[in-house]
Design a protein around this ligand. Sequence first.
Ligand SMILES: N[C@@H](CCC(=O)N[C@@H](CS)C(=O)NCC(=O)O)C(=O)O
Length: 222
Amino acid sequence: MSDNTQHSIELISFKICPFVQRSVIALKEKGVDFDVTYIDLSDPPAWFSEVSPLGKVPVLKVDDTVLFESAVISEFLDEVYPPQLHPASPLEKAHHRAWVEFGSDLIGTQFQMMMADNADDFAPRRDALEEGLSRLQGAMTGAGPFFGGAELALIDTAMAPIFMRLAIINQHRDLGVFSADSALGRWSDALLARDSVQSSVVPEFEALFVNFFRAKNSYALS
Ligand SMILES: N[C@@H](CCC(=O)N[C@@H](CS)C(=O)NCC(=O)O)C(=O)O
């Protein structure tokens, strides 16, 4: 294994996976060339269980080495490909890493909310999402619009998938989990305006996302 930047990179993806989207945004922010192989998680190809130790995407094949776990993939990309997006200060970097973990949990909370198929199940999950977002806002430093201030950092690439999904869900049901005129609102606007974020999903993403959860009778989309 070498640490130069002449790697061949292949991303194994599921088109609506927020964790995969994190990897794509980081790759794009760094201008890294990569190939994408899409799989259907409801009917994965036989080779997938050989490649993915946890049976999950994203998987990043770097030459002959398989990487998994979106936060680890992003850390690798940040160490190898400029520009460095993590803060240089060890304390600030650790703070960002901790909140990336929180963000992973929040992605799960958002998913659970989308899986609620009735108002009674939906309400507490929506409230949990609001509470999580509020805590996240409390951890932001600087004057925005990004998590740590004016410059996009690695943690922003990890959170953008949540905001992209919220923008879509809000078109169907006004969740009211944060106001446009808040640090979260300004953060969301800045992320969703970013080229790397806009181009991080397939053109039919919104339809795929809505259809996936409609098939689960998602109350959020009813
Ligand atoms: N902690 C993992 C989570 C990845 C994950 O949950 N991916 C989902 C799709 S969005 C998956 O592959 N699920 C398949 C399964 O659980 O069987 C990461 O950050 O990469």
